[in-house]
Design a protein around this ligand. Sequence first.
Ligand code: A3P
Ligand code: MG
Length: 285
Amino acid sequence: MADPTPAESDAALARRLALLAGELLLRVRASHGHADPAALKAAGDRASHDFLRAELARWRPADAVLSEEDEDSRLVDTGDGVSRRTADRVWIIDPLDGTREFSESGRSDWAVHVALWARDATTAHGLVAGAVGLPAQGRVLATDLPTPPPDGSGGVIRLAASRSRPPAFLAELAEEVGAELVPMGSAGAKIAAVVTGEVDAYIHAGGQYEWDSAAPVAVATAAGLHASRIDGSALTYNEADPRLPDLLVCRGELATPLLAALRRQLAGTAVPSGSPVPPSGKDPR
Ligand SMILES: Nc1ncnc2c1ncn2[C@@H]1O[C@H](COP(=O)(O)O)[C@@H](OP(=O)(O)O)[C@H]1O
Ligand SMILES: [Mg+2]
């Protein structure tokens, strides 16, 4: 691909990098095969992270980066030294979301997330640009090419949830609102499915980080969808503590009934809105 012009917008850069990192991940998957899932996960994480880090340093050298794959990214930022907390612009990236699914043959529910948070943002959640690459689905969703909000199916609510770590209360909530659970990997793939209308909503609770949702939430918001914490409060990014453990993304008209159902579930189950101790290592996947 020819070098872009210096005037490439942040959103176009996010979209281009999500596309290129996705193509790289497809090559890594093809060359490693699926015989050793742990090695494939590690190779994918590393290749995509290194690529995105290098490209952001090349095209946006003054900006800070928060990446899942940086050694210290899960630690609470104390503000010492050069810090993303004092930066005006921070790229929040998940080089490979749905790592588990990436390592499983035939699955297409994994994604590349590239988002830009800005201190002076006037857009929702402080996110000014974002792209979600879905390499195995052959598409990239981005804030500069928003898709129109999907029409409701009018039938049973299709509710996407983690296939490996769904919130404990979700089965009961689904029964209460008459929803059908659609298990899927990757926060990005699930939110993309809400954006395209393949499902009606995505609910997660119990643990996640800013990079798991920043880019897909930027894309969902640009498409006119509702995105919030499960208690209805705002999602905020580039916080000192990068944990952002729960969220609801859905079509606008479902926000009120789903938040009401969530309130009833949370009243009964005391689901924490954040776990107490910042982990220093990676989550077991
Ligand atoms: N309880 C939890 N604690 C921490 N991270 C979680 C989590 N549940 C889901 N996630 C993260 O959220 C992303 C989507 O998860 P899921 O596929 O289960 O819906 C995954 O990102 P990664 O694949 O980038 O690690 C996963 O690690
Ligand atoms: Mg992730």
